[in-house]
Design a protein around this ligand. Structure first.
Ligand SMILES: *[C@@H]1O[C@H](CO)[C@@H](O)[C@H](O)[C@H]1NC(C)=O
Ligand SMILES: [Zn+2]
Length: 301
């Protein structure tokens, strides 16, 4: 009896202290979003948030520069970390600088959320990629997450299309190898080179704000750069990610965090310098168009 009691105590203790055991709710069952603890619950600069053109401030910055994103990266690894599918181990260093950033950042990893974490004008997208970069001032991501300027994440949103996304397909090809719970944290090397630039469309403006990691520790260390132009993906492609298992052997149907309070944070919208027409959809430009139309209509009436 005492032994069982002690075992139970130990189990409870482990659950309390092991911060790696956090999860997403099953949205099909209307489960409430779990409390992740710490700054995730108490922070005031949390992410994701809804991005709205009518609540944004216009900004003009130096050009946002993405260096070596076109490089063919060989030996890139794909891993199921129990919460997402992540790419890492880039052999050619990629850098992000300019735009709202004061320093140079180096790309550490890329991972995906199905469905999107950020919404634009309250519209959710089927998939969101996060390209996570570390300020070179800090030795590693753990160190960087202690500082407000420690990290920058470029977020790419994908819209539903009949057109398969080739870059996403290159990741889907490895899902069977990593999806089962007993493969968690076992990286698989990609056989073909991977070009990170192929994950997103033409740089056509972005929205930027100060926020947090959207997974525990939820560190408030992130300059978010959400590209305003979205890229196509099929729902069938996204469904492949919903087969991923977490540590509890439960399929990860969705891995997006609930929207967080904006707390009157400035969201800065940076419009593209080059206004040439493009095939991809830009919710930002659409809403700007709608806004202007409404303003004109309001003047006329
Ligand atoms: C990160 O860098 C700090 C300072 O150099 C070091 O103490 C720490 O062990 C590093 N952490 C990881 C996870 O590499
Ligand atoms: Zn993420």
């Amino acid at each position: 009896m005492l032994r069982i009691f002690l075992a139970l105590l130990l189990l409870l203790g482990l659950q309390r202290t092991d911060a790696s055991h956090w999860s997403y709710p099953d949205r099909d069952l209307d489960e409430v979003f779990p409390s992740w603890g710490g700054i995730c619950d108490t922070g005031t600069l949390q992410s994701p948030i809804d991005l709205s053109i009518t609540k944004s401030l216009k900004g003009v910055f130096d050009e946002l520069k993405l260096d070596n994103f076109e490089d063919k990266q060989s030996g890139v690894t794909v891993v199921n970390n129990g919460h997402s599918i992540q790419l890492a181990n880039f052999n050619n260093e990629m850098e992000v600088e300019g735009g709202p950033l004061r320093d140079e950042y180096v790309v550490e990893q890329v991972h995906l959320h199905w469905w999107s974490e950020h919404t634009i004008n309250n519209v959710r997208y089927p998939l969101e990629a996060h390209i996570v970069s570390r300020n070179k001032r800090y030795a590693n991501v753990t160190m960087a997450s202690n500082f407000k300027d420690g990290l920058t994440v470029i977020a790419v949103l994908y819209h539903v299309s009949n057109e398969r996304n080739e870059a996403i397909d290159q990741i889907v090809d490895y899902l069977d190898d990593v999806k089962d719970f007993d493969k968690i944290n076992e990286p698989v090397r990609m056989k073909n080179p991977f070009v990170v630039r192929q994950l997103f469309p033409k740089l056509n403006g972005y929205m930027t704000y100060s926020g947090s990691l959207t997974t525990p520790s939820c560190a408030e260390a992130v300059t978010w750069i959400v590209l305003s132009e979205t890229f196509p993906v099929t729902l069938e492609q996204v469904d492949n990610f919903k087969q991923i298992q977490n540590e509890e052997k439960i399929t990860l149907k969705n891995n997006y965090r609930d929207l967080q309070k904006a707390n009157n944070r400035p969201v800065i919208v940076v419009l593209p310098l080059d206004k040439s027409v493009s095939d991809a959809a830009s919710p930002l430009q659409l809403s700007m168009g709608t806004l202007f139309f409404m303003l004109i209509a309001a003047k006329l009436l």
